[in-house]
Design a protein around this ligand. Structure first.
Ligand code: SAM
Length: 207
């Protein structure tokens, strides 16, 4: 899997080492374990997906993170991306909207020895308790870059977020240059499941 990521342009040694280390088959149902190292997204509970390895690697590389940095992930899902961020040496905070996914990810990460701080709730407005974050990674499609997330970035911080409609999004990198200035860079197209909650595509309550 990691060799394939390298041929697809992933060069960050920290990301590649982390993805070699984290056992992706432990983050999917046992019936799907054999497919865990193919470069494709796989279904998890509640109609959600674990992103395909290339997407995980691409987003992780865009973070340009250094060890010990504080990173907020929105969309814990299976916990795989959170484990990769932990293996990169980051201090990970991750929010999941779906209660069952949150509980299962918590058990899984604990069992595997990854120390991420997890929260069940709407992460579209970030996680105020532990802000600011040096990095923010959103793993669901967002209609825009939520102001609340921008505000939870440190000056010099970087956010990686797929922005667009529910069918197609552009990977977007937001850099906070100063208290008021942000630089926004738009990259290639991806397709993620929709961000829900207050600043997402639907206003239903977290399950
Ligand atoms: N990062 C995950 C992994 O490694 O398995 C995959 C994430 S999946 C593509 C997107 C996740 O975002 C889903 O689990 C979904 O429930 C979650 N999500 C959607 N809206 C959310 C919100 N407002 N706050 C937190 N999580 C949200």
């Amino acid at each position: 899997m990691v060799d394939l990521l390298e041929t697809r342009g992933i060069t960050d040694a920290g990301v590649l080492a982390a993805m070699r280390e984290v056992p992706r088959h432990k983050f999917v149902e046992s019936a799907l374990a054999e497919e865990a190292y193919a470069d494709k997204p796989l279904p998890i509970h509640s109609g959600q997906t674990i992103s395909q390895p290339f997407t995980v690697a691409f987003q992780s590389q865009l973070l340009q993170a250094k060890a010990r940095m504080k990173v907020l992930e929105v969309g814990t899902g299976s916990g795989y991306q959170a484990a990769v961020l932990c293996a990169m040496g980051l201090r990970v905070f991750s929010v999941e909207y779906d209660g069952r996914l949150h509980r299962e990810a918590r058990e899984r990460l604990l069992a595997l020895g990854y120390e991420a701080r997890l929260h069940h709730g709407d992460g579209s407005g970030g996680w105020r308790l532990y802000q600011p974050y040096e990095r923010i990674l959103v793993t669901a499609a967002s209609p825009e870059v939520p102001l609340a997330l921008r505000q939870q970035l440190t000056v010099g911080g970087i956010m990686v977020i797929p922005v667009g409609n529910q069918a197609r999004q552009q990977m977007t990198v937001v850099r906070r240059l100063s208290q008021r200035e942000y630089e926004v860079e738009t990259l290639q197209a991806f397709r993620f499941v929709p961000l829900r909650g207050r600043y997402g595509f639907s206003l239903d309550e977290p399950a």
